[in-house]
Design a protein around this ligand. Sequence first.
Ligand code: SAH
Ligand code: SF4
Length: 374
Amino acid sequence: MPDATPPNLLGLAPAALAGYCAGHGEKPFRARQLSQWLHQRLEDDVDRMTDLGKAFRATLATHARIAAPDVIRDSTASDGTRKWLLDAGNGNAVEAVYIPEDDRGTLCISSQAGCALDCAFCSTGKQGFNRNLATAEIVGQLWHANRTLLADGVTAPWVEAGRAPITNVVMMGMGEPLVNFDNVVAALQLFLDDNAYGLSRRRVTLSTSGIVPMIDRLAAEAPVALAVSLHAPNDALRDRLVPINRVHPLASLMDACRRYLPHAPRDFVTFEYVMLDGVNDAPEHAAQLVELTRDVPCKFNLIPFNAFPGSEFRVSPRERIASFRKQLQDAGYTATIRKTRGDDIDAACGQLAGQVQDRTKRRLATRIVAAGAP
Ligand code: SAH
Ligand code: SF4
């Protein structure tokens, strides 16, 4: 008899998959084989996993599922950026975005349906919060992207050499990954595991709005490359743009970055800074940034604000972004301006909205954040 809800194997981190196999009387090497079938050969039919042994395959057929989220919409932009709208149940959807470049294939992954943190300039935040994604739904985005791109005959030198199409993962889609900590860490472990996706830690980046205690836990449990959404150089402005700053202000965020660095795969933190016309883009803001980050090894990534329906901000003019960048460079920093990709399919940073029907939980979540958790 099939279990009522058998576990989705895509969501089992290496230790959990080993435990699952042991629980069914299988040796540890079976877990490694199974992991390779799932995450490297991207197989979803246990009958084709021929080297696993007949009895174990029969067990898997009744006591396991292998399923990525269903695709609701699949759109490709003129620059090759491709966005999948994925079903998260109960009328909710999340998005994953593939960004092809000459030397890499990057997948931008979502961690929550909606987001409770309500940053003033973010379309996901405006949608409110619905729920955390399960590990299988997070990993399923990478599984689905690799599988679909291969089936569609994507061409890249590394694919011809037998590697997967996606070489880099950024947790910069919908949601705040460090609020969904356990499920995100389990997914990161699979991204890094040699029997699963085998990505190096420097090719996996997590972006956070600054959940300070969780930055320390990330250092201990899955120290991938860290990007921090700074967006303002002083607490008064950041309190307004990134409300979680009222709980974890800039001084404690800078301390957390300094503590993270010895664990990081790169010797710098990336600070993301969205360029909002007349709000955070003046020379004095750049000067304050230099002061704030003086003893934090870092790089800046300036993101031109991407407008969405109903947004109250405008993007800074191109020349102001260029002079802001120059001011940082003159102070000795590396500062890049993020290229906007996929904007004709609303796939650019901060435009990911999916759809979230239940907004009632948002007010509750906002109260929890305001009360000081997590
Ligand atoms: N919740 C995480 C990760 C997802 S957002 C975080 O906030 O870091 C990924 C990046 O896009 C963040 O730096 C975020 O601040 C930025 N962003 C959000 N809305 C944006 C918009 N409308 N235009 C440009 N960047 C935006
Ligand atoms: Fe959430 Fe990040 Fe958007 Fe802020 S910017 S509302 S933390 S997804």
